[in-house]
Design a protein around this ligand. Structure first.
Ligand SMILES: CC(C)(COP(=O)(O)OP(=O)(O)OC[C@H]1O[C@@H](n2cnc3c(N)ncnc32)[C@H](O)[C@@H]1OP(=O)(O)O)[C@@H](O)C(=O)NCCC(=O)NCCS
Length: 179
């Protein structure tokens, strides 16, 4: 299947809300937000979020659409609070019917890495994955992410660990140029 990956636009706040809520319903333990809190946000929250993610320098959200134009995934990048020169990949989600190596997940994450390289001055790129999320860990390792040894508690369940992975080739670009 042919997929289209691109940054969201400010007008796409309804689609952003829909796929974010889908992600939180599908994978409640993979993200820091709760479904109930997120579902309760007013339209203005999503309008503001979409406008920021579409235009900000240091952060962005990308969407992937299938051949019919339906949103089948999202991924974002943003600065890591209190960690200098570092941005992180966040909110990576692909709808279940489009998962697997023939799906768009790798293309989507590579696009967000390229965006971060081209549009931020950060020197390092990281991401956090819950210890129980074996599928995401395998996926990110295949893309070239490596363990940093850093482990933090999962904010929604501090008994669970979040592994911090780094992307060694962030500034060389060696691994994002090809699929
Ligand atoms: C994470 C995500 C974007 C990856 O996309 P995907 O299309 O599923 O990824 P792929 O199928 O290409 O790769 C998944 C890898 O996990 C492996 N895998 C599948 N199920 C697994 C499991 N239960 N445990 C461990 N590994 C598993 C696959 O074999 C594959 O590894 P390989 O490339 O070494 O063969 C997608 O699974 C998703 O949206 N998950 C729900 C949300 C989420 O967890 N987001 C990440 C938050 S950090």
């Amino acid at each position: 299947m042919h997929y289209v990956v691109r940054r969201i636009t400010a007008e796409e706040w309804r689609e952003l809300r829909e796929i974010t809520l889908e992600a939180l319903r599908d994978s409640p333990d993979a993200f820091n937000l709760s479904y109930a809190d997120t579902a309760a946000q007013p339209d203005g929250h999503w309008q503001e979020q979409a406008a920021t993610e579409a235009t900000a320098e240091e952060r962005a959200t990308f969407t992937v659409r299938d051949e019919a134009g339906a949103w089948v995934g999202i991924a974002g990048v943003e600065p890591v609070p209190d960690v200098p020169d570092t941005v992180c990949v966040r909110s990576v989600y692909v709808t279940p019917a489009h998962r697997g190596t023939a799906g768009p997940a790798a293309e989507l994450v590579r696009a967000i890495i390229r965006h971060a390289r081209d549009h931020t001055a950060a020197q390092w790129l990281t991401l956090g994955v819950n210890e129980s999320n074996g599928r995401a860990l395998a996926f990110y390792r295949r893309l070239g992410f490596e363990d940093t040894g850093k482990v933090i508690p999962y904010v929604r369940n501090p008994a669970e660990k979040v592994f911090i992975l780094g992307y060694p080739d962030f500034r060389s670009g060696a691994r994002t140029g090809s699929k």
